[in-house]
Design a protein around this ligand. Structure first.
Ligand SMILES: [Zn+2]
Length: 50
């Protein structure tokens, strides 16, 4: 199964670090809403690196 977060549209990426990618939300719940996506695939929030 393909992962939509591994190949985001370049215009959505506002940050790319070693652990996290920052993406502008395609359907923001409020102005400026963004997603911080861990690069490593994890099952849940608490499996992510501190
Ligand atoms: Zn992915």
């Amino acid at each position: 199964m393909s992962c939509p977060f591994c190949t985001p549209a370049p215009e959505r990426v506002f940050y790319r670090g070693d652990l996290v990618v920052g993406l502008w939300d395609a359907f923001p719940v409020s102005p400026g809403h963004a997603l911080l996506v861990p690069i490593r695939h994890v099952e849940g929030w608490f499996d992510a690196s501190p």
